[in-house]
Design a protein around this ligand. Structure first.
Ligand code: NAD
Length: 256
């Protein structure tokens, strides 16, 4: 798999799955804009890429994906620095949740929808417009979740936003294929990132046991798949969901 000569924008690139994907893309030959609301973490990842033998392959971009003008500016910044855009990985997200009857919509619904749902829509729209302006093909990979396809306990808002990511991907693929733009959603299961690592050892073990290898997935393992999806080798994968959940969905169905 090569991404030689490709330019990518990765949101949530300062941590977890995004950070691992920045490194994997750089190793595959891509130039990468590391976009994150946390400017310091994005800059740290750029420094890691530089120190890892790929000096100049990454640049930090501060962005709040819940603001369309900032997402457009991040795309423009990527083009200003690296000359073009070929891939966007809409990956930034926040997690959490509480019992539905305890919800305050202003706290438990709206902020998460703004980041996890609007943020992906903004990324798809801004990137697609750039691909069409360039008159080049492009790839849009967006991070959903196993929760985007199932009823989820204490994750009412999160699972709704992640379901929207899958829906956006299907419709965008259909509409954008005429421009050579491909759209894919991934559904991670339980990945060892700060979102999961904040929990107790006991809960982390329960999460691990929900996957067929009985361990948390490494962010680097997701990054390998995203690299494949961004590459030409996956050109027949379009408008669909790629389950990167170590069998979680199958296992859960088996348990009933
Ligand atoms: P993470 O917390 O390590 O990384 C998320 C990154 O997104 C952080 O760097 C954070 O600063 C950034 N971010 C948050 N809000 C932002 C905003 N408004 N604008 C720009 N950047 C913002 O978590 P992760 O586990 O790597 O999560 C990446 C994606 O994977 C998320 O969409 C998450 O929902 C999804 N996911 C994770 C798991 C898991 O088990 N870790 C499972 C399924 C899906």
């Amino acid at each position: 798999m090569t991404l030689n000569g490709k330019v990518a924008l990765i949101t949530g690139g300062g941590s977890g799955i995004g950070r691992a994907t920045v490194h994997r893309f750089a190793r595959a030959g891509a130039k990468v804009a590391v976009a994150d609301i946390d400017r310091a973490s994005a800059q740290d990842v750029v420094a890691e890429v530089d120190a890892g033998g790929h000096a100049g392959a990454a640049t930090a971009v501060e962005v709040d994906v819940s603001d369309f003008s900032q997402v457009e500016a991040a795309v423009q910044r990527t083009v200003d620095v690296f000359g073009r855009l070929d891939v966007i990985f809409n990956n930034a997200g926040i997690a959490g949740g509480k019992a539905l009857l305890d919800h305050d919509p202003a706290v438990d619904y709206e902020p998460m929808i703004r980041v996890d749902q609007h943020g992906v829509y903004y990324g798809i729209l801004a990137a697609a417009r750039q691909f069409v302006r360039q008159q080049t093909p492009g790839v849009i990979v967006s991070t959903s979740s196993i929760y985007g396809e199932q009823a989820a306990e204490l994750a009412f808002t999160y699972s709704a936003a992640k379901a929207a990511v899958i829906s956006f991907t299907r419709s965008a693929a259909y509409e954008l294929a005429q421009y050579g733009i491909r759209c894919v959603a991934i559904t991670p299961g339980r990945v060892g990132t700060p979102i999961i690592n904040q929990f107790s050892d006991e809960l982390r073990s329960t999460f691990a046991a929900e996957q067929l290898r009985n361990k948390l997935t490494e962010p680097e393992e997701i990054a390998d798949v995203v690299t494949f999806l961004a590459s030409e080798e996956s050109r027949v994968i379009n408008g669909t969901v790629v389950h990167v959940d170590d069998g979680y969905s199958v296992f859960k169905q088996r348990l009933g």
